[in-house]
Ligand binder design. Structure first.
Ligand code: GTP
Ligand code: MG
Length: 200
């Protein structure tokens, strides 16, 4: 399950411009600022394969990264950017939904959820949309290293709350993994999980 090599392939502005080969791929999806690009960098152990920023909305295109010349990780634009106008949010959904519904080589979506905050409505909506469309899904909880100095709930409590809220929408709850791009928590678990999904 080790990553020996990773190369950036291309940025696509439309789903139909994505690479046209049959290598399996995993899409990294989640709210702006949840830590998608950071997770990719932690997985491949490189600082700036995927560009990160404190400012939400850094990733604007569909970015394909080829791993070990055999499978792709795809960095997608974040959704639910609080300050974006309604029209921009609509653009996000038609653009990215088109990708999910038409990408035959998609093995699974890794839906990233910030474990340092309570469950967010946009995240619940997204999880339910993917579930309704039968898109294979794994929940990847990010920022599990963060504790708000005793204020608010702990990551494990937020995770439990989230799972409680989506439970009724799934016959079988999706697999889930706790991660931190800062400490490396969950990195090996996630790589193993992805290799198992590729060889189903
Ligand atoms: P967009 O591209 O805007 O959608 O954001 P993104 O989801 O790619 O987030 P990005 O990786 O750029 O990270 C956003 C911020 O969260 C940065 O300041 C990161 O340093 C921070 N961050 C990401 N992952 C973690 C984590 O596991 N722990 C902590 N403490 N901070 C993190
Ligand atoms: Mg990003």
């Amino acid at each position: 399950a080790q990553i020996k090599q990773v190369e950036f392939v291309k940025s696509s502005s439309k789903p139909k411009d994505c690479p046209k080969d049959d290598r399996p791929e995993f899409a990294i999806l989640g709210r702006s600022n949840v830590g998608k690009s950071s997770l990719i960098n932690a997985l491949v152990r490189k600082k700036e394969v995927a560009l990160t920023s404190k400012k939400p909305g850094k990733t604007q295109l569909i970015n394909h990264f080829l791993v070990n010349r055999s499978w792709y990780i795809v960095d997608l634009p974040g959704y639910g950017f609080a300050n974006a106008p309604e029209s921009a949010r609509m653009d996000w959904s038609s653009f990215t939904k088109g990708y999910f519904l038409n990408r035959d080589t998609l093995v699974a979506v890794l839906l990233l959820l910030d474990a340092s905050i309570p469950p967010q409505k946009v995240d619940l909506d997204c999880a339910n949309w993917l579930g309704r469309n039968n898109i294979p899904l794994t929940f990847v909880f990010t920022k599990c290293d963060k504790t708000k100095g005793g204020k608010g709930k702990r990551p494990d409590e937020n995770i439990k709350d989230f799972q409680e809220l989506i439970k009724k929408n799934y016959r079988e709850p999706p697999p889930w993994i706790m991660t931190s791009s800062v400490t490396g928590l969950g990195r090996d678990d996630l790589l193993l999980h992805m290799s198992q999904l590729r060889n189903y």
